[in-house]
Design a protein around this ligand. Structure first.
Ligand SMILES: [Zn+2]
Ligand SMILES: [Zn+2]
Length: 351
């Protein structure tokens, strides 16, 4: 089969590799129908993560089950499934609590040991605990949107959950004012999610006019492309002194500093991107404003049952986030397009 292989900085290739075979009784073999390039794929691509040549690429995948091991109970050949970007057993203490990214057997697609999402086939371990079955009859043209459940959409949802959108704030009333810092795929997903969880004032802050326009379509009530102190002042004005929920969807020191500056005293800042270059921590501001900080790798499997049906039915239309399509052979172009910010999300469709 063909699969994406990391060969070095800014060098991801599509190569011929061995077809996967069942290894453990809880494995499945899945034929991939949708994959994608993620913002976090760009860290190794740009040489900022310790990756080795030969490692397999991609952690986001949707596909059709071809074969299952003897111990698989809930998934059958022919099922169309979305895989969580982190694989999990579904039965340990953390999986049962909805924190599948802390599964005691947790492992990720791609890298040194596993097939990646960017390929034709994948050996998918612990399939019962790692995938969500797409409802029968979901139209083909909704697959790009459904595939976003594998990571970005539900990572944005996690940002909104961690920030406490819709939960009681310090006055006991549900938090309805949210600020999203960042206009990438996760930031846009956080906007959608804040709306879903009941926010009525949603401010999206970013630097790309066309993405902010999309943020407005997806539920942002205000958008802004200001920077630095001007941005802080504007956001504090808009929120009458700060937002109770602030979602940091960039993953840099500057974005964290902005997030806590514009948080309301007693509010919460959440962060869901893989942190890089966050070495300066605005501890004094967190301290003086009693702002809570919650961060973490999203347990997307936990949210699939909650959000998936509305995406599959089209009731929640997030297809605009899946902005560009590439074939598997065009994978190097898909990486370049993401790297150069020419697209919000590169969807990869094997032939
Ligand atoms: Zn991802
Ligand atoms: Zn587990």
């Amino acid at each position: 089969m063909k699969a994406g292989v990391f060969r070095g900085e800014r060098d991801v290739r599509v190569e011929e590799v061995a077809d996967p075979v069942l290894r453990d009784p809880d494995d499945a073999i899945v034929r991939i129908v949708r994959s994608s390039v993620c913002g976090s794929d760009l860290w190794p691509y740009r040489g900022h993560a310790p990756w080795q040549p030969g490692w397999r690429t991609g952690h986001e995948l949707t596909g059709i089950v071809e074969e299952v091991g003897d111990a698989v109970e809930h998934v059958r050949p022919g099922d169309l499934v979305v895989s969580a970007f982190a694989w999990s057993c579904g039965t340990c203490e953390f999986c049962r609590a909805g924190l599948q990214t802390s599964c005691v057997r947790s492992t990720y697609p791609g890298g040194a040991d596993n097939d990646g999402g960017q390929g034709e086939l994948v050996r998918l371990p612990m399939v019962d605990g790692s995938v969500w079955k797409v409802p029968d009859g979901t139209p083909e043209d909704r697959l790009d949107a459904v595939h976003l459940l594998s990571d970005v959409l539900l990572t944005g949802y996690h940002a909104a959950k961690l920030a406490g959108v819709g939960e009681p704030g310090i006055d006991g009333e549900p938090v309805r004012t949210a600020v999203v810092v960042g206009d990438g795929a996760v930031g846009l997903s956080a906007v959608v999610s804040a709306k879903l969880l009941g926010a009525t004032t949603i401010v999206a802050a970013g630097h790309h006019a066309e993405r902010l326009e999309l943020a407005a379509q997806l539920g942002a009530t205000v958008t802004t492309d200001l920077r630095g102190d001007e941005l802080h002042r504007h956001l504090l004005d808009l929120t009458d002194g700060g937002a109770a929920a602030v979602m940091e969807c960039v993953g840099t020191a500057g974005a964290v500093a902005t997030a806590v500056e514009v948080a309301r005293p007693g509010g919460t800042v959440s962060m869901v991107g893989v942190p890089r270059f966050v070495d300066e921590w605005p501890m004094g501001t967190f301290f003086s404003k009693n702002v809570a900080f919650r961060a973490g790798v999203a347990p997307v499997r936990a949210y699939m049952d909650e959000v998936g049906p509305a995406v599959a039915s089209g009731e929640l239309d997030v297809s605009a986030i899946a902005s560009h399509r590439f074939t598997l052979d065009e994978l190097p172009d898909a990486y370049a397009a993401m790297d150069e910010r020419r697209c919000i999300k590169a969807i990869v469709v094997p032939e």
